[in-house]
Write a new protein. Structure first.
Length: 129
């Protein structure tokens, strides 16, 4: 579910989003400027106090493979706490889905949380801000 569709269904006050933007570790070995390396963007849309995951979005390398597994979890009714309780498999981009948000709240009006992989230095705006 997209964030606008989730807001329409559950109400703005019942939706919390988590976002991240980062360079996939795959590109770490390439001799390129950091700003020229392709970015991966992720968003988790949660509903209600229990933060049921109602939307999961990713753009970037390997997104097709990531979504297959997370689709099963969503069909089973996973919550943000379920994602947070998973062991992250490093180094993979998918690990961001199970570590996102534990690093603190972004300055975004939406209340989104982002991880330090969000591509910005402390105090700088990140994706969605």
């Amino acid at each position: 579910m997209t964030e606008p569709k989730a807001i329409a269904k559950y109400g703005k006050d019942n939706i919390k989003t988590y976002t991240s933007k980062f360079t996939n570790l795959y590109y770490g070995i390439f001799d390129m400027k950091s700003e020229d390396k392709p970015k991966t963007l992720m968003k988790i849309v949660c509903a209600g106090i229990e933060e049921k995951v109602v939307g999961l979005h990713v753009l970037g390398m390997g997104s097709d493979e990531m979504m297959q597994g997370f689709g099963v979890a969503m069909k089973m009714g996973c919550t943000k706490a379920d994602l947070d309780s998973c062991v992250a498999i490093h180094p993979t981009a998918a690990e961001e889905f199970v570590t996102m948000g534990v690093w603190g709240t972004s300055p975004c009006e939406t209340g989104a949380k982002v991880s330090p992989l969000g591509g910005a230095s402390p105090g700088e705006p990140r994706m969605g801000c």
